[in-house]
Design a binder for this molecule. Structure first.
Ligand code: TXA
Ligand code: MG
Length: 328
């Protein structure tokens, strides 16, 4: 912990746990330190990063024109897996907001993250942190994933280990920066559902429009493994698996219902059938299946119902770029 604080103070980057996924953190008010995160991740500089705050932090230091519903949401869900996009205060460096007029704020619930944030600048600092993976790749849910991802990179020498992330997929992101004209907008689904948001605000968050603040986790292709991925409805599983394995393809399969599967599958991962436990296991399972060198990764599509929305969102993005390769 002391080394982590010293690294942040000297403008370096650390890996640290949160309850959603692991983050790659740097001092949010030091533009050079934030630039180091972009360099490490290989992420374009116009993508904003979330600023993580201690429980006691004052969001008025970071944001301007704060709508009263923002405080209702922070009272209800912080610390926890909810990121709020607000108008950025004038003195906050461009680097964290990717040049946009907004800032993303989140107060993580993980005890190690809270301990870190409370110790840093007496609880008044902000740690800018994207998920600790290379740009576009699967997010890490253990310290070991972070080590694998940045193997041998001397710029990342401190990784705090907080065990496996409880939730397993990234925070829900709600844009509240345009309340007068648009009301709350859901930019990324997560563990906290739109229904839970509306139970506090009385307004169901809308889907993003063209002018909504850009969020890289909302790019169509994201969270992508190296192996081509095919996302299939349950009723197509058996026939497609047979067809591909008859062609001699090595298959890595992630499913949640029970099937008569062809013999030649090289790895099979049975997923839990509740959305929360599925989300908890998802990224570790994708990494494990990705590491076996299969020709195609097959994912069984969970039900298209609201409780599965955040899981389906991640699966769709994981498959987006490579569906066409998977069936060649
Ligand atoms: O659960 C999480 O949110 C994790 C942990 C580490 O806290 N972080 C995370 O960060 O997922 P990242 O950078 O991988 O995704 C953050 C998303 C991106 O899509 C980014 O574009 C969006 O939040 N974002 C951050 N600040 C924003 C802003 N000012 N305006 C619009 N979108 C913003
Ligand atoms: Mg990410």
């Amino acid at each position: 912990m002391i080394r982590a604080i010293q690294t942040l103070e000297s403008g370096g980057v650390i890996g640290f746990p949160t309850e959603t996924v692991y983050g790659l953190g740097a001092d949010a008010e030091n533009p050079e330190a934030v630039a180091q995160i972009y360099a490490l991740k290989g992420r374009p500089a116009n993508h904003p990063v979330i600023v993580h705050l201690a429980k006691e932090a004052d969001i008025r230091h970071w944001a301007a024109d704060i709508h009263e519903l923002v405080f209702a949401l922070t009272d209800a869900f912080w610390p926890g897996p909810l990121t709020l996009i607000l108008k950025r205060a004038a003195h906050i460096p461009d680097a964290v907001s990717g040049g946009q007029e907004t800032i993303g704020l989140r107060c993580p619930a993980h005890p190690v993250a809270q301990q870190l944030l409370q110790a840093y600048k007496n609880g008044q600092g902000g740690i800018a942190a994207p998920s600790a993976n290379r740009f576009g790749r699967v997010s890490p849910t253990t310290a070991e994933h972070v080590r694998e991802e940045f193997k041998d990179d001397p710029r990342l020498s401190v990784i705090l280990d907080g065990g496996q992330s409880d939730i397993g997929i990234e925070s829900t992101i709600i844009d509240l920066s345009r309340m007068k004209t648009h009301g709350p907008v859901l930019l990324r689904p997560g563990h906290i559902s739109p229904q839970e948001i509306s139970s506090v605000t009385g307004i169901t968050p809308k889907k993003p429009d063209e002018a909504a603040p850009r969020a890289s986790g909302t790019l169509a292709a994201h969270y992508a493994p190296q192996t081509p991925v095919l996302l299939l409805p349950s009723e197509k599983m058996v026939s497609m698996l047979k067809q591909l394995s008859d062609k001699g393809k090595m298959l890595a399969v992630m499913h949640y219902s029970t099937y008569a599967l062809p013999e030649k599958i090289c790895v099979l991962k049975q997923m839990p059938n509740s959305p929360e436990t599925y989300a908890h296991d998802l990224y570790a399972a994708l990494r494990a299946l990705d590491s076996v060198g299969a020709d195609v990764m097959i994912l069984e599509q969970p039900p298209l119902t609201t409780t599965w929305e955040s899981v389906n969102d991640r699966l769709t993005r994981a498959a987006h770029d490579s569906q066409h390769l998977a069936i060649q």
